[in-house]
Design a protein around this ligand. Structure first.
Ligand SMILES: C[S@@+](CC[C@H](N)C(=O)[O-])C[C@H]1O[C@@H](n2cnc3c(N)ncnc32)[C@H](O)[C@@H]1O
Length: 261
């Protein structure tokens, strides 16, 4: 039986590009003995699964993607678009694969968003249990066109980090980095309240963004780099460096934002 339930199938061309980039850079894919990727809940069209394949193949030409959907209609609709390295099948969080294959990467984008917060832990645990050793589960959310996104990265043992990914050119117009509050993964979206780590993180990020406003005269990239550095200097466990910050991507260790029990 497929674990989960059918939800809205909204998707869009290129909207998961930032998650694709994160996956393509990740050792879980680059060093995988079998670079098998699952796009779980690819939605009403096959686009995001195909884009994931194309981006993964730039770094691992032998990468292959299985799109898994719980809605049989959506599996039927995607079937004609199967090709070398890309197949579609029906299933849920249990991730059914041939011969019990274990994926190096599972991406579940905009899937848990339509579940209850209390359902997240079990869904994470089931998906994690399917990963190959050293594998990566990316579970997150984005806006319609992907300008605002966030995701949790998990390994087979549990959550490792939270990443926020923002289109820097529109950030002022959108109200600053905390616009991502509306697009947090389900585990955190109800936790943007005083006393929770994610609330403190977004407040500090907004404060840093405001503090470095004069740098927008040069570029929003320089401003975001300064804000990320400021966050790190303030003691936040920021991962990665300026290369990723310039893209509007900021990753912090999960412990800093894990919801309070
Ligand atoms: C909003 S769409 C997301 C499409 C695509 N991932 C994206 O972000 O553009 C969510 C899809 O997840 C599917 N879904 C929900 N729960 C699922 C589960 N447990 N297993 C597989 N697919 C699931 C729904 O049927 C729906 O098509």
């Amino acid at each position: 039986m497929a674990e989960g339930r059918i939800t809205r199938g909204t998707t869009g061309v290129n909207r998961l590009r930032r998650m694709d980039r994160f996956i393509a850079a990740h050792p879980a894919l680059r060093r995988a003995s079998d670079p098998l990727i699952v796009d779980l809940g690819y939605g009403a069209a096959h686009w995001t699964a195909l884009e994931l394949l194309e981006r993964a193949r730039r770094v691992r030409p032998d990468a292959h993607v299985v799109g898994i959907e719980i809605d049989p209609e959506r599996v039927r609709a995607a079937a004609p678009f199967a090709r070398d390295g890309l197949t579609f099948r029906r299933g849920g969080f249990e991730i059914p694969l041939d011969r019990d294959a274990r994926p190096a990467v599972i991406r579940a984008a905009n899937v848990l968003r339509q579940y209850d917060e209390g359902e997240v832990a079990a869904a994470w645990a089931l998906m994690r249990s399917r990963l190959a050793p050293g594998g990566l589960l990316l579970e997150g959310t984005c806006s319609e066109v992907g300008r605002v996104a966030s995701w949790v990265a998990l390994d087979p043992d549990g959550p490792v980090s939270l990443t926020v990914a923002l289109h820097l050119g529109s950030l002022d117009e959108l109200g600053g980095p905390s616009v991502v509050a509306e697009r947090l993964p389900k585990a955190l979206i109800h936790r943007n309240v005083p006393g929770e780590g994610v609330h403190a993180l977004l407040r500090e990020l907004d404060a840093q963004w405001a503090r470095h406003a004069p740098l927008s005269a040069f570029s929003p990239r320089q401003r975001f780099v300064a804000a990320a550095r400021g966050l790190r200097d303030a003691g936040w466990p920021v991962r990665g460096g300026a290369e990723r910050w310039r893209l509007g991507e900021l990753t912090v260790a999960w412990d800093a934002v894990a919801p309070r029990p």
